[in-house]
Design a protein around this ligand. Structure first.
Ligand code: KIV
Length: 270
């Protein structure tokens, strides 16, 4: 991979870390945004199960289904034919047994054309990660605030602050690396801990609310574009205010329709 090329495969992610090049990841749920992102410097598109909240309006990610994830991932693949795409395995599609995890992760790759899957959890998931990787299914891990465990964690809040939690998370990260994970998302962790984990691994970490010491960063696209206006966590930076643009465009349309300014002669057919 040359210095400004985007990664085409999972091996490029580890090479990027070794070269000190930060990984840019964004969520993407549909072909329209995938087409736009495909012409940007985004390295990885993540079909996150956050779509269950962002698109479907649910409180948590827990009710996302495998079929929904495959549908959205296939749409993203059609919009970004050469993109590096990872897909969240939804709740209960990989925790019950290793054979089920292999079947479900395999379906995601086979039916959507994505490059790999992401799953949540550390040491208890290591055997599952190893089984997937040994069968040719690339896996990205996810530690810290793992949204599928929101009820067990007592809400969406920063993890890793209580005594012993740092050591446990570091052991989780090492277990995922040994099992063959190609990268690990670190969500809502103290910056110093995320940096310590990042420097302890050869595979890249991709942070969200985990400070500047990770090897890459991910945000939910709708959040950073200002399309999810009620969501204002401390870590989020708005790179656009598209919610305002949408409202203003729709108000202009309504005004012109009611004022008979649109459609005009130019918008009709002879
Ligand atoms: O589901 C998702 O979008 C995610 C990111 C927040 C990392 O897991």
């Amino acid at each position: 991979m040359n210095s400004d090329a985007r990664p085409r495969g999972i091996l490029d992610l580890v090479a990027m870390k070794a070269a000190g090049r930060r990984i840019v990841m964004l969520t993407c749920y549909d072909a329209a945004f995938a087409r736009l992102l495909d012409h940007t410097a985004t390295d990885v598109l993540l079909v996150g199960d956050s779509l269950n909240q962002v698109l479907a309006g649910h409180e948590t990610t827990l009710s996302a289904t495998l079929e929904q994830m495959i549908y959205h991932a296939a749409s993203v693949r059609r919009g970004a034919p050469r993109g590096l795409i990872f897909v969240d395995l939804p709740f209960l599609t990989y925790q019950v047994s290793i054979p089920e995890a292999i079947r479900n992760a395999g379906r995601v790759l086979q039916e959507s054309g994505a490059n790999g899957v992401k799953l949540e959890g550390g040491q208890p998931m290591a055997d599952t990660v190893r089984a997937l990787v040994e069968r040719g299914i690339p896996v990205m891990g996810h530690l810290g605030l793992t949204p599928q465990s929101v009820h067990a964690l007592g809400g969406y809040r920063v993890q890793g602050r209580e005594a012993g939690a740092g050591e446990r998370l570091l052991a989780d990260a090492r277990a995922l690396e040994s099992a063959g994970a190609c990268a690990i998302v670190l969500e809502l962790l103290p910056s110093a801990l995320a940096e310590q984990i990042s420097t302890s691994l050869t595979i890249p970490t991709i942070g969200i609310g985990a400070g500047p010491g990770c090897d890459g960063q991910v945000l939910v696209l709708h959040d950073m574009l200002g399309l999810n206006e009620a969501f204002k966590p401390k870590f989020l930076k708005l790179y656009a205010r598209l919610g305002e643009s949408v409202r203003s465009a729709v108000e202009s349309f309504a005004e012109e329709v009611r004022g008979r300014a649109y459609p005009g002669k130019d918008h009709g057919f002879d």
